[in-house]
Design a protein around this ligand. Structure first.
Ligand code: ARG
Length: 462
């Protein structure tokens, strides 16, 4: 079989070695982008007077036919012809349709820039889909917040009870990190918005290609600065893998929270039967397998990032075949991330908040800060208030009691500033109502945050 470079060689490459080094199995996913890039390149060559109008029309007709066929029937993009990569596939199909005109398409162009442009087009096409999937998960968090209503729960630091918050506030905290993930993809999209074509193999192209026109045709906002850089640059891959790694870290931490909070020890939420799995031996088990898998798969995506940075770090300038490894990392990361977002969404959809359990857990000694704030309200400096309440907590822990069991005399034994109003000031609800700032768990702030998050979801989905 003839390859894109056969002329240089006396014989065929070793069949097994060639198949091993071929990337078609992976980069066939760039089919659509490769054809679109070639359509624009052919138009650019025609505008530059490098292709005759007839040749350019033949190429366009051939490429459109190939694109239509591949989009209608993905099995058309098959490796039965033993193509080295998707670029070789498209060129062979083109030549088989339009003959010599097809053999003129690659004038002034290199696969080095072709793969770079394909990958950018692919990311520009796919990242918005990941953003919409993130919005879907955020929508499930908001729906769960609605089901939780005004239920309270403890917030935790050091996994020890800290202060009461609305369950909705806890859920909104995960919305916040997921929204950063979507925003980070905007930055990746901006980075991807740069046309590599015109770089040739490494030194640029000798034909008078209107690169700005090409950028416009393909929807790129900028043109790459340097052809040597283009040849060997895969920063966009690192940036995407980093965005995905952080996205997976967030999904993993959220999963860990719900693994804990659905356990017998917490019982803050109940897992739907349809999102849990049982044990082959222990009949009582109701395991949160999907959440554990999300936590586990985060390691795989982080692995792609560290693997890719390791692959890049020793490469000399310009294209090196090592770069071909980029696509497996990108595609597996995309699939894993989207899969995990969907898995988390369906677990969230099935969660039932146990308002009585969470609210009970939100009372007790975690109101200590509110007691200190009460004393501050009576004029005591905060540091002194902290000490008074610390001593009171020590006594209550020893006696296995809580604030609501104290008589007024006992309160006053710790500070004469305590009055009868301490009983209404020190409750979980009073605690959240006292909060002021927009990012706090105050009822008004939580309601506003929920409304604003709903708007964000709606804006991303349209
Ligand atoms: N399949 C190759 C890759 O993904 C395409 C670029 C080939 N360039 C080359 N000089 N061999 O990296």
């Amino acid at each position: 079989m003839a390859h894109l470079w056969s002329g240089r060689f006396a014989g065929d490459p070793d069949a097994e070695l060639f198949a091993w080094g071929s990337s078609f199995r992976v980069d066939r996913r760039l089919f659509e982008d490769d054809v679109r890039g070639s359509l624009a390149w052919a138009a650019g060559l025609a505008r530059a007077g490098v292709l005759t109008r007839e040749d350019a029309e033949a190429i366009e007709r051939g490429l459109r036919e190939i694109l239509e066929k591949g989009l209608a029937d993905p099995s058309f993009v098959s490796d039965e012809h033993g193509d080295e990569d998707i670029h070789a596939f498209v060129e062979r199909e083109l030549v088989s349709r339009v003959g010599d005109a097809g053999r003129r398409l690659h004038t002034g162009r290199s696969r080095n820039e072709q793969v770079a442009v394909d990958l950018r087009l692919y990311l520009k096409r796919r990242l918005p889909e990941i953003q919409r999937t993130i919005a879907g998960t955020v929508a499930e968090l908001v729906a769960l917040a609605d089901r939780a209503g005004d239920a309270l729960m403890p917030s935790y630091t050091h996994l020890r009870r800290a202060q009461p918050v609305f369950v909705a506030h806890f859920l909104l905290s995960h919305c916040a990190s997921l929204r950063r993930d979507a925003a980070r993809l905007d930055a990746v999209l901006h980075e991807a918005d740069e046309l590599p074509l015109g770089s040739g193999a490494i030194a640029g192209t000798s034909y008078p290609i209107d690169v700005a026109g090409l950028a416009k045709d393909l929807g790129f906002g900028r043109i790459a600065r340097n052809s040597i850089d283009v040849s060997g640059d895969r920063d966009i891959v690192s940036s995407f893998l980093h965005a995905a790694s952080l996205g997976m870290v967030h999904l993993s931490r959220m999963s860990e929270d719900f693994i804990l909070f659905t356990s017998e020890e917490f019982r803050f939420f109940e897992l739907a039967d349809r999102t849990a799995t049982g044990s082959s031996l222990m009949p009582q088990k109701k395991n949160p397998d999907p959440l554990e898998l999300v936590r586990g798969k985060s390691g795989r995506v982080i692995g792609h990032l560290t693997g890719w940075l390791t692959t890049m770090k020793g490469l000399p300038a310009g294209y090196n075949k090592d770069l071909q490894e980029d696509k497996e990392a990108v595609f597996d990361t995309e699939d894993t991330w989207i899969g995990c977002l969907r898995a988390v969404s369906s677990v969230l959809e099935g969660l039932t908040p146990n308002a009585d359990v969470t609210t009970r857990a939100a009372s007790g000694l975690l109101l200590a800060t509110d007691v200190a704030d009460y004393l501050v309200g009576k004029g005591l400096p905060f540091r002194d208030a902290h000490e008074v309440v610390g001593a009171l907590v020590r006594k209550l822990v020893e006696e296995k009691r809580s604030f609501d069991e104290l008589s007024l005399a006992e309160w006053r034994a710790h500070s004469p500033l305590f009055g009868d109003d301490v009983r209404t000031a020190v409750t979980p609800l009073a605690s959240v109502r006292k909060k002021h700032t927009p990012q706090s768990t105050s009822p008004a702030a939580v309601a506003a945050a929920l409304a604003e998050t709903r708007e964000w979801v709606a804006s991303l989905r349209t």
